[in-house]
Design a protein around this ligand. Structure first.
Ligand code: NAP
Length: 487
């Protein structure tokens, strides 16, 4: 068992709304249960926010905006830096909390904490580098000054799969830029965000800069905030389907919008690949976060000359993983987040098998409590299987084969999504052709992970628009103003 006590981790959270610096119950006192996916049991009841609570949250963000924008950049950066340190010190406590509500093993929770907290350190450093430009107009008659100002109050809606990092990569740059915010974490995993709200307050974040609303009436509570003319930006991470409807709602107010949506990552292995590296990369790209990642490899597209060896080696590695409750330090694969998710994975595998795929390992859900699905490798997967088009979001690796490079690229790009692709080759010229030809926002070349706070994360096509992290990340929260100056 882990060093940190489960009960203590839950008790460290205010299961309430954070509005204007106050922890408060939802209007009417309603609550909803947060469940442990490894047992199906309730961990704690959390405030179930209403439309009036949502209005109070945006009121608080609007009220705090002017003073917050005027706070010196260094002070904003210091708050982020302090929060980074507090999160790092309390990694064990937060890891336990995240594992309990989301199911991922403790080592995965710790990896997310290292990644997610790094957005605060990165944007603490960026906060003091917001700059403008001064130039002479081409005709010499005027001077052109450009300056950057915070966008204003932002609504952030985040998913359950990375309950910390999907929040910090929005909150970090917003704080650095001088924006206030209302954050709506996923109903399945609200505890991590509530924990983070308390840590940011302890780090010195003024009241009202960050407001957190948890609710089960999600659409009903979010829509009035999105349509509120005082809101300046909506940033969303989640499914493409919900993203589309939020864009429609935001069109009326001409909101600035960032969308980090679904993926269907191809993982290409060429005949000249270093197979040791490719198998290591495959395990990371597939099994990070139990496959519940938008960046998860969804289709392994392998040259026919190495496909059998790749499949055998991947199968051995998948069979070596330990499956169980994530609170145990030795576990590699925890339960999926809820029964619906486990059933969807099972449906996609059954569909592929019915259409002719061969199961090399796994292929079913183990008996007993919790929403587990066994690590699975499929070969001979037909191109009309549903999982070629849909996100699996689980520990399932389907392998397809190709004959030449052009084929591989065509198969890789044959999806509405365009978040990330992985390619393994030792041929330099091929690598260039491939990363230039892939229709994605990110490419992992000879590596199975791309997430890095210092790099711009984001997609093209139905995977969305906008970038989080890197030098680009803070631009999403800044407006450019130009001043023409007469001589
Ligand atoms: P989801 O169902 O779209 O939910 C995401 C968030 O949107 C949750 O907070 C959810 O609240 C909220 N939401 C749902 N319906 C809404 C509505 N009508 N109005 C306003 N908000 C609404 O996605 P998910 O299942 O949590 O997350 C998995 C998806 O996220 C996958 O497709 C994955 O690829 C994508 N993802 C993308 C990235 C990226 O960076 N591109 C990163 C991580 C995940 P409730 O929880 O209350 O329903």
């Amino acid at each position: 068992m882990s060093a940190f006590d489960e009960k203590q981790a839950i008790e460290a959270v205010h299961p309430q709304l954070l509005i204007g610096g106050q922890w408060r119950d939802a209007e009417g006192g309603k609550t909803f249960p947060v469940e442990d996916p490894s047992t199906g049991k309730t961990l704690v009841e959390v405030a179930d926010g209403t439309v009036a609570d949502g209005k109070a949250a945006i009121d608080a963000a609007v009220a705090a905006q002017k003073d917050w924008a005027a706070t010196p950049p260094r002070d904003r950066g210091e708050i982020l830096r302090k929060a980074f340190e507090l999160i790092t010190e309390r990694t064990d406590e937060l890891a336990m909390l995240m594992t309990l509500e989301m199911g991922k093993p403790l080592k995965e929770s710790k990896a997310e904490i290292a990644y997610g907290s790094e957005f605060f350190r990165w944007f603490a450093e960026e906060s003091v580098r917001i700059s403008g430009r001064y130039s002479v107009a081409p005709n010499g008659a005027t001077r052109l000054l450009t300056l950057k100002q915070p966008v204003g109050p932002v609504l952030m809606i985040t998913p359950w799969n990375f309950p910390l990092a999907m929040g910090t990569r929005k909150i970090g740059p917003a704080i650095a830029a001088g924006c206030t915010m209302v954050v709506k974490p996923a109903g399945l995993t609200p505890l991590t965000m509530l924990w983070l709200g308390a840590v940011l307050a302890e780090a010195g974040l003024p009241d009202g800069v960050l407001n957190i609303i948890t609710t089960t009436s999600t659409g009903e509570v979010m829509e009035p905030i999105i349509r509120d003319p005082r809101l300046r930006k909506l940033t969303f991470t989640g499914s493409t389907e919900v993203g589309r409807s939020l864009i429609e709602q935001s069109a009326q107010g001409l909101l600035r919008v960032s969308m980090e949506l679904g993926g269907n990552a191809p993982f290409l292995v060429f005949a000249d690949a270093d197979l040791d590296k490719a198998v290591d990369g495959a395990m990371l790209a597939k099994m990070r976060n139990i496959g519940e990642a938008c960046t998860a490899a969804n289709r392994f597209i392998v040259h026919e000359s190495v496909a059998e060896e790749f499949a055998t080696r991947l199968t051995e590695r998948m069979q070596g993983l330990s499956v169980g409750r994530g609170t145990d330090d030795d576990i590699d694969v925890g339960p999926l987040v809820e029964a619906k998710q486990r059933d969807k994975v099972a449906e996609l595998v059954d569909d592929a098998v019915q259409k002719g795929a061969t199961v090399l390992t796994g292929g079913s859900a183990p008996e007993g409590a919790g929403y587990y699905y066994s690590p699975t490798v499929l070969t001979d997967v037909p191109l009309d299987a549903r999982l070629t088009k849909e996100e699996i979001f689980g520990p399932v690796a389907p392998i397809f084969t190709f004959a030449d490079e052009e084929d591989a690229l065509r198969m890789a790009n044959d999806t509405e999504f365009g978040l990330v692709a992985y390619a393994f080759t030792q041929d330099h010229a091929r690598a260039i052709r491939v990363y230039e030809g892939l229709e994605t926002g990110m490419v992992g070349l000879n590596q199975g992970i791309v997430s890095n706070p210092a790099a711009p994360f984001g997609g093209v096509k139905a995977s969305g628009f906008g970038r989080e992290g890197g030098a680009e990340g803070i631009e999403e929260y800044l407006e450019t103003k130009y001043v023409g100056i007469a001589l």
